[in-house]
Design a protein around this ligand. Structure first.
Ligand SMILES: [Zn+2]
Length: 388
């Protein structure tokens, strides 16, 4: 039995995740033949419509030339949609946990480039599936290899059933290769700067104080900090493979320093710029700190140094009027991996500016940061990065 349920309590309804394994994807042998991978959905009782239904499909597929492939989803009632058809160009390899959603944050899959990591708008329309049919039944993922030489393997399929499954796309036409679709915040220079905002509601919700006698966390305050980007461009840190132990240049990230620590890589902030008459966005780099390999359990990836500093204040009212703040504790600076761990959605009441208003996010989705790599990290326009 290859069926797993993960039920997540939301406000009043169960979101459901269904998993199925895939299998080998055969090479093209003169005629189009789809390999069919069934996904059994049982006992959910879900009737799929615009209020609740199929919201997201994720695939993990290895193939050395994915532009050979057409991948379709076949619903129990026979509705068939394209997830991706011959995308990825000549060099694109693998769908490494690629997800498809009606308002995919990374934009249309046909406009994207491999590796397709993140959430994309499929080549077909997921909302066609949420047509009133029951979710229970046999679904199929169909993979057709349309060109010979390469074959591959579909490793896993995930179907997500959620409330509001096909929200209106907030996708902006702004892309690195379509500067005409972008707006700049500075018409003189064309610079598209990020604007980083602490999402206070996430910190407030996740703030816990533990008393002196707490067995695990005595006298601790534990919380989360989430930083969103409300600006015109992504915050992007970029490394050029320049590694140092203090001021001494070393060969790479794995050559440990004399004191046993990992070397630091010089980072640059890449600032995108809209230049009149140019089709693609240009950019310039400025020095901006360092990153390093963090080998602590649960991390094992690269952290951008000195991302957050934390201070604790006591606030007193004087004569019931004036507030006086006194610094009572100060933490050391904390290093983060920068990536889009969350995405601002129009009605999530999470991404609000200091006036409690929903920001415009005119270049929504510009950037694509999904991993904690040494070379490139960042937060997209409309993305946020949360650390507990
Ligand atoms: Zn980390």
């Amino acid at each position: 039995m290859y069926l797993t349920f993960l039920c997540v309590h939301t406000a009043d309804i169960f979101a459901q995740l269904i998993y199925a394994p895939g299998g080998p994807v055969r090479d093209f042998e003169g005629t189009e033949v789809a390999d069919t991978f069934p996904v059994r959905v049982e006992n959910t009782g879900i009737k799929m419509d615009s209020a609740f239904g199929l919201a997201k499909v994720c695939l993990n597929l290895s193939h050395d030339r994915i532009s050979d492939l057409k991948v379709e989803l076949l619903a129990p009632d026979g509705t068939r949609i394209w997830l991706t058809n011959r995308n990825g160009g000549l060099d694109g390899r693998n769908y490494p946990g690629t997800c498809f959603r009606s308002n995919g944050f990374s934009g249309y899959i046909r406009d994207g480039a491999a590796p397709f990591m993140g959430e994309y708008i499929p080549d077909g329309r997921l909302d066609f599936i949420n047509n009133g049919q029951p979710a229970d039944g046999t679904w199929n993922v169909l993979v057709s290899d349309l060109r010979s030489v390469e074959s591959g393997t579909l490793h896993s399929i995930y179907l997500y059933f959620e409330a509001d499954p096909n929200p209106e796309s907030r996708h902006s036409p702004c892309r690195f290769d379509n500067s005409a679709g972008c707006e700049t915040g500075d018409h003189r220079t064309g610079d598209m700067l990020p604007d980083l905002v602490l999402l206070t509601s996430i910190t407030t919700r996740n703030l816990h104080y533990y008393p002196e006698n707490h067995p695990e966390f005595p006298s601790q305050i534990r919380f989360a900090a989430s930083i969103a980007n409300f600006g015109y461009g992504p915050i992007e840190t970029f490394g050029k493979n320049e590694w140092y132990c203090n001021t001494q240049r070393v060969s790479g990230p794995d050559e440990k320093c004399g004191d046993g620590s990992y070397p630091r890589q010089q980072l640059y902030q890449r600032i995108y710029r809209k230049v009149n008459g140019a089709d693609t966005l240009s950019y310039f780099d400025r020095p901006a700190g360092t990153n390093y390999f963090d080998d602590k359990p649960g991390h094992y990836h690269y952290h951008v140094d000195d991302w957050v500093s934390i201070e604790l204040y006591r606030q007193k009212k004087i004569l019931g009027l004036f507030r006086k703040r006194t610094l009572i504790a100060k933490g050391s600076k904390v290093s983060y991996c920068l990536f889009d761990s969350g995405i601002c959605q129009p009605h999530d009441n999470l991404c609000l500016d200091i006036h409690g208003k929903i920001p415009a996010l005119v270049n929504y989705g510009l950037g694509n940061y999904v991993a904690c790599d040494a070379r490139k990290q960042g937060i997209s326009v409309g993305g946020y990065d949360t650390y507990g």
